[in-house]
Design a protein around this ligand. Sequence first.
Ligand code: BGC
Length: 372
Amino acid sequence: MRKLIAVFMAFAMFFAVTACSPAPTTGETGGDSNTVDVGIVLPTKDEPRWVQDETRFNEALANTDYSVEILFSQGSSAKEKENVDALIAKGIKVLIICPQDGGAAASAVEAARKEGIKVIAYDRLITGTDAVDYYVTFDSIAVGEAQAKYLVDQATGKDNPLYLYAGAASDNNAFLFFEGAWNVLQPKVADGTFVIKNSGEAVALQGNAKLTRDEMSKIIGQVTTNWDFNDAKNRAEANLTAAKAADKGDVFILAPNDGTARAIADAFAADTAVTSYKVTGQDAEKASVQYIIDGKQSMTVFKDVRTLVKDSIDMAVTLLGGKDPQTTGAYNNGKIDVKAKQTEVIVVKSENVKSALVDSGYYPASDFTNLK
Ligand code: BGC
């Protein structure tokens, strides 16, 4: 109890911004026998999105008096489990974890739960287990809806070619993004504004305003990028090879995030039968912001990671203080309803890059060229 109070005091000091001692550690496990209060596990350093989260955690946690360790799973559920085990061995009280694979992470968080550690799922839900205490997330259905709305707003007339792409099926968010997009696109496929060109499964289901998870799985299985740049590029190229010239022209592309959007955009830009393309994204990655400025990507959905970081730290502080954090809703993970705190998202197009991302202090103007 004493230790708990001490830890809580340390967190309280952080919020008073008076403490001044070592910044949180980041890196691989091992070598450090100090106890760690809060463990943070992120999926991979290979995507700018998660490096951004690490940066924002480090900024938020600088000059604190308590100990936090951030580890990366490098796209491997086995490494993720090792990371969680290592953090458990270091005595963490709270685990903030963004799973590599939402289902596979269940065993890691069950091991944490056995030790009395509170588990906060970060950005991606952990599924099929009751060992998740809380979930901090963006409104992922709104992300997909915003992407689709952008495409709808840009389309005129009938029979516009539509190419659909999705995230990894192991990530619950991929379903939420797709569900949101389908909510907005399906009526516009039904009324003939769009014609889906790269998914027989989606065409077979295009009369359904709502899709079951199994139905979504079928479509996602056909159009997944696995959140991987190369998979996205290969799939787009294969789709373009299979498509007739008449299926190209002025095309509309639902791309699930920025990394895959740039890969898909490059593939479509290289096809001479494509006269113009509109492509969505999400994350406001710097490279995609530059693509938007340069007219190579049409939009992104900005998810202000600073808010997610703050929400998860606030939650950890509350839990360390022995209290129940405030939540705004719940997400069913196939086993239980996980109490959740959800954050809104912002659509960014060339017109508002500066106000949304630079004037807000998220990125310095010097990160970009030709910014207006
Ligand atoms: C996140 C996205 C990210 C994607 C790929 C999703 O779970 O919400 O922001 O782009 O994973 O890492």
